[in-house]
Design a binder for this molecule. Sequence first.
Ligand code: UDP
Ligand code: MG
Length: 320
Amino acid sequence: MTPVPLDPAPRHTLALVIPVFNEEAVVPLLLAEIAAFRAMRPDITQVVFVDDGSEDATVRLLQEGTAGQSGYWIVGFSRNFGHQLAITAGLGVVDADAAVILDADLQDPLHVVDEMVVRWREGYDVVYAIRSRRDGEPAYKRLAAATFYRLFRWIADLDMPLDTGDFRLVSRKVIDVYNKIGEQQPFVRGIVSWVGFNQIGIPYVRAARAAGSSKYTLGKLMKLALSGLTSFSDKPLRISIRLGIGVAVLAVLGLLLAFGLALAGGGGITLSAALIFVGFFFGGVQFLFLGVVGIYLLRVYEAVKGRPRYIVDSHWRSDG
Ligand code: UDP
Ligand code: MG
């Protein structure tokens, strides 16, 4: 069923939002692809690159490759703030009726944007791309991603579609809502899913990186996964309470058992040895959940500090 747009918001012009971090190897290819694509799609009136603190020739190549052409913007961060905040800053300056978020490395093929626009014009406000296959990614990364999305589905209080990244089209309505949210560590795909409106997915084959190497270190991936889980669920805290109650009940039973054995006059030594390990085990569990509580507390702490989420150092436009 095709939803009819109820809002009279125009659905004409389109922006691309592309975070870049040390992507000098891929920038020339990327610019060539975008130029060819824009020749067929004059409705793309703006291309926003967010430079997430690159230390290579990324920015120079972007400027040289687009100077004098229309609609290229570069928002420059003062340092590396991370992919999710780069997207956030990009959405903050979008000056079009919708935006498509994509990676710089051409893993998100531009031809999929055509399909997204068709769906958007039908009335959808979010058109997300589902990775039906992933080429050229190491097995550990595919496994980690598959595990994360399933864990997320179990833990989070949000029905986020599986196997999607940030490659998606968002309408002006969604952008305006997103820009007001202001979470310190935004998990973009989660928030976009959470806002509601008409959403639809389209499958695509995720290509291999066109050039350069992945900028997502294991540490950055873990941080992303944690911010996703903790910003959309309090289940880990609730699990800790249930576990605590379970352990207390077990401890009472164990105590009764130990008394029974002592009264019967046997097994005293092995039982105390076993109890030491039980003690260690639950010591570990306590530390684990202390950490879980700490993570939530940290998020409150960050919010209370209220520092800017990112710092923009420069704005550049290709048409002066
Ligand atoms: N990126 C970024 N800041 C970072 C890491 C990555 O802006 O700290 C950008 C990167 O330039 C690329 C996109 O985010 O456009 C996705 O990164 P990458 O392709 O390295 O991740 P992968 O596809 O390997 O998960
Ligand atoms: Mg990539």
